[in-house]
Design a protein around this ligand. Sequence first.
Ligand code: BES
Ligand code: ZN
Ligand code: ZN
Length: 509
Amino acid sequence: MEIRAIAGAIQSIDDELIVVNLFEGVETPGGATGAVDQAMGGAIREAIAHGDLRGKKGEALVLYTRGALPARRVLVVGLGPRDRFSLQGVRETAAVAAKKARELGVRSFSSIVHGAGAGGFPLEAAAQAVVEGTILGLYRYRELKSEPPERPDPEQFTLVQFDAARLPEVQAGAQVGQIVAEAACLARDLINRPANYATPTDLARLAVEIADEFEAMRCQVLSQEDAAQLGMGAFLGVAQGSNQPAAFIVMEYHPDREDLDTIVLVGKGITFDSGGISLKPSEKMDRMRGDMGGAAAVLATMRAIGRLALPLHVVGLVPATENMPGGRAYKPGDVLRAMNGKTIEVLSTDAEGRLILADALAYAARFQPKAIVDLATLTGACVVALGQGVAAGLFSSDDGLRARLCAASEASGERIWPMPLYDEYLEAIESLTADLANVAGREGGVGTSAIFLQQFTEGYPWAHLDIAGMVFEERPDTPKRPPHLQKGGTGFGVRLLVQFLRDWASERP
Ligand code: BES
Ligand code: ZN
Ligand code: ZN
């Protein structure tokens, strides 16, 4: 979709549809909505007076202009109560409007920047949120459908800014919003894509393609032989059971700039998690194609930072493999040796994510990063603790890094919540045979998984995000589901990471 921003008054815009808004309880709209209402001879006030328009969240009322304005239709979207309005509300409002536009068969539409005027948010951030909501709201996964969709997507979206002097802010926000949202849609595609179309080899090919888009980005794909040379016994142990060759992907943005801060991102890239010999139940096992949600977020974030030209040395690491119960598969009771020399007793082959991450976290030390953040669909226990689709778990050894991630979460609307790394969790994964066991009992399962990872993070500030509950949106298309999410892959983590990195680049600690 083409996204642009222009200066002008929304009521004078000639387009198939123009979008304005209304806070709940407002009877006489002001600002842009008021101007449109005036030009329409009070049509919006009339709708309010009849109770057909109340400004409730999710509400979208279409009015026909019948020549009163250059535009053919007006869409009034509800913002909900003014005192509970947020940037997340801006995204959701924009998503409602975009979906309505598509439903109406509109190919081109224009909108004011929700949230900037009476909403009180900075214009640039509001413009970014509107564009994010628009693109995310229209997302659908259609790669493997033979027929075109009944309703095509709109081709053009225009943000209309009244005060021409402030147009650059809207343009800047819109551009960031487009880059970030398109990256999130890439991550959604990767998650939705069936595991037979998104093998480790496919992910590696995509990583190379992304790096090729940018002068300053490099990608190296380590084969299983390379990984063996490096001593990545934990990663290779998981890969053993699959006929698909594993790949350890190393992407680097600004590899040669020693003046820039180094941040490492690590994404769990299990392209299918059958559980291995500790086989999962067959029900809903198809969801385990999404066990590379962390990898999807990292790959997509790398593309976004390339497009944003962020002044940071960012390394993206993706250990990619299937977890399968093949004839050569690793078995419960086997002991693996990770790259940092630690030995791990495999008590469950289904706790494979922490094994491949162990080697990735040990590998990351060579970059001497200022911070490292890993994202992983690591445990069902995290979903039990925080809920499906509610928040990701955040673990960190560093208060500053934790605070930065929480701030980025607040700004991006992607929820994460801090969890503890108590000593008891480490005691729980003691092994009789090896240095560590890969699982403990059911209790505290999210804490024991995180503290396991910590054993491989020597020498740098580290944070871990358990995104198991955030990768798939499960709710059907009801008012309960936020309108910027569709059933299926969410692309969780991309907006959070990009915000975190942009903040880091703008205020180097
Ligand atoms: N990929 C799963 C975790 C998961 C569960 C992701 C639900 C998304 C939704 C992970 O590899 C796993 O199987 N974890 C086990 C760990 C257990 C064996 C300690 C789990 O959570 O059951
Ligand atoms: Zn597993
Ligand atoms: Zn897994």
